[in-house]
Design a protein around this ligand. Structure first.
Ligand code: F6R
Length: 599
């Protein structure tokens, strides 16, 4: 979703802003813009489409010496992706960039229009800059004018504003949308919507609390409330780059066996699961679990519902966050409310969490981004430790979510005594094999590349599986449709005969997940039913299957979760190779955003 950057310092401003925005490209955007203060005057540039268009437009523009600027990548919400709607939005002498949604913008706009102000864009954002200039007529102190502006906004926002009346200052405010401020040893100031643009630039950063409003110059930093707490910024630029892979998605698929070890370290012990983040008291009195999430994170949740019920014997109910929030759910205080989110900023999941908190439930987040809004709101968080995920289509974040949830189900099993000690030990042993299995699974990449050429057409894909392989089928279908733009659906294998089988013919591709350790014969009969109707079958299994047109042979394992993780890699690689052959940008698929901060 939209990205914000800001910079104060001595280096060339335009390049700093565009480089910062490039680091935020993974969030998804359809236009971009910058506003730069040069000799007390602001110059602004905007372009629809990729950042290269903005670069082309600004190729003859540069700055020398100290200065400042703000930049933005926009993912359209109010108004089409046009240049006029792109940020920064301007008033008479000020410019603003904004992430989030101003819910009461219509009322403010009407009031401003009555005062003769003309609007150029269809956005909610534009009201901020005009309101500020109106307040600046009332208050001599521009910070007071900015504060008065922010106080009138309802909704979610991260805002940066610059004005020719204070050419050395950036005004900032944050509520509900993420924003980080960073500074370097040489006195430069940076703003960004996530860590990525700051890595290698800022030495320390402060994650702004909701409700923060302030201003900064190269000499002064003022924030209200005075809660900015600077901490050293970890990570280096290289890890955030592609490292020789064609796409971030590919790199992230290949990283999975390493990040999985990080996810497990200090947590998967010989005889127990240990989470620093929660203790026995946290799960005391819990007799049921409710999980809310969206998209891929929802698929991780659904997978875990089988694990929780099977291993911990605790009833689990899983809901899509956008459905949950409007259904007037019945919540009881013996329920542990878990939210799962890669970004920690998904608006629907955040709202579901807020509702659970308001109902007095214990809440737990499984999240990949520390200090994100969801992490801040939940009572406790287990971080998935997948590292920055840049590909819009989630891969390693999903893998680590499933792992954390599997660990959590064992954690509950031990505390609820639902499994024998030796059975827990066995499960832990299998768990410890996962990184190796993930590494070995990558051997199938060449086969996926070769097979992909046969799957570029047809009228649809069905990914089918049973038990935990059903959510994995859903995830396979989502991965494929996100990046290939081909129609794909995930289905429980046993459900096909209740309707979807009517679609079966040679142009319907069935991707059959056929693990040997779980319901093999049952799944096989469902695949036979499809094969009898001439559907083209690609079977993913450790066992050859006569009736399949194609097969990807997986390694034999003796635990369903090991088969699960291997098949997950096959799905990811296959989808990626199909999308690459179709000429798509797999890291930034059309219409999608990495961080979905609107409902
Ligand atoms: C798909 C994908 C999305 C996200 C969904 C929720 O590859 O990434 O479906 O899973 O938008 O996002 P998070 O996990 O950040 O809450």
């Amino acid at each position: 979703m939209c990205g914000i950057v800001g910079y104060i310092g001595n280096r060339e401003i335009k390049s700093r802003l565009i480089e910062g925005l490039r680091e935020l490209e993974y969030r998804g955007y359809d236009s971009a813009g910058i506003a730069v203060m040069r000799e007390g005057r602001i110059e602004s540039f905007k372009a629809v489409g990729k950042l290269s268009n903005l670069e082309e437009k600004t190729k003859d523009f540069s700055t020398k010496g100290p200065g400042l600027g703000i930049g933005h990548t926009r993912w359209a919400t109010h108004g089409k992706p046009t240049e006029l709607n792109a940020h920064p939005h301007m008033g008479e002498y000020s410019y603003v960039v904004h992430n989030g949604i101003i819910e009461n913008y219509r009322e403010i706009k009407e009031m401003l229009e009555k005062r003769g102000i003309t609007f150029l864009s269809q956005t909610d954002t534009e009201v901020i800059v005009h309101l500020f200039e109106l307040e600046a007529e009332r208050y001599e102190d521009l910070f007071l004018a900015f504060k008065a502006t922010i106080e009138q906004l309802d909704g979610a926002y991260a805002v940066l504003l610059i004005t020719q009346k204070a050419p050395d200052t950036i005004f900032f405010a944050r509520k509900g949308s993420p924003m980080i401020i960073g500074r370097s040893g040489s006195g430069e100031i940076f703003f960004a919507s996530s860590d990525a643009p700051l890595i290698g630039e800022a030495d320390e950063v402060a994650y702004m609390d909701d409700g923060t409003v302030g201003f900064v110059t190269s000499e002064t930093l003022h924030a209200e409330p005075d809660s900015l707490c600077f901490v050293p910024l970890q990570g280096d630029k290289m890890t955030a780059q592609k490292g020789g892979y064609r796409f971030f998605m590919e790199k992230e698929i290949y990283e999975q066996y390493e990040v999985m070890s990080d996810t497990m370290i200090g947590r998967v012990l010989d005889e127990d699961i240990a989470f620093e983040e929660i203790d026995d008291a946290f799960v005391d009195g819990i007799t049921r679990i409710k999980i809310c999430a969206c998209g891929t994170s929802y698929h991780a949740a659904l997978t875990s519902s089988y694990l929780f019920e099977r291993l911990s014997k605790i009833p689990v109910n899983v809901e899509i966050a956008s459905e949950f929030r409007y259904k007037e759910p019945l919540l009881t205080d013996d329920t542990l409310f878990i939210v799962i989110s890669q970004s920690g900023e998904t608006a629907d999941t955040l709202e579901a969490l807020r509702m659970a908190k308001e109902a007095g439930l214990k809440t737990l987040a499984v999240c990949n981004v520390d200090n994100s809004s969801i992490v801040r709101m939940a009572d406790a968080t287990i971080l998935t430790r997948a590292g920055i995920e840049k590909g819009v289509a989630s891969t390693k974040a999903f893998a680590t979510q499933v792992m954390v949830l599997w660990m959590l189900s064992l954690y509950f099993a031990k505390r609820r005594r639902s499994m024998e000690h030796d059975a827990i030990k066995d499960e832990l042993r299998f768990m410890s094999y996962v990184p190796k299995v993930l590494q070995k699974s990558l051997e199938v990449h060449e086969k996926c590349k070769r097979l992909s050429k046969r799957y570029l057409h047809g009228h649809g894909f069905f990914f089918i599986g049973r038990d935990i392989f059903y959510p994995l089928a859903l995830e396979g279908a989502l991965k494929l449709k996100e990046i290939s733009y081909l129609h794909a659906e995930g289905y429980p294998a046993g459900e096909m005969k209740h309707g979807p089988i009517a679609l079966a013919d040679a142009e319907l591709f069935t991707i059959a997940l056929m693990p040997k350790t779980l319901l093999y014969e049952k799944t096989k009969s469902n695949v036979e039913e499809l094969s009898a109707r001439d559907s083209t079958i690609l079977s993913i299994s450790p066992e050859m299957f006569d009736l399949a047109d194609d097969f990807i042979l997986t390694h034999p394992h003796n635990h369903p979760m090991l088969e699960f993780f291997e098949m997950m890699i096959v799905e990811q690689l296959l989808s990626m190779e199909i999308a690459i052959r179709l000429g798509n940008d797999v890291d930034m698929p059309r219409n999608l955003a990495k961080s979905v901060t609107v409902e």
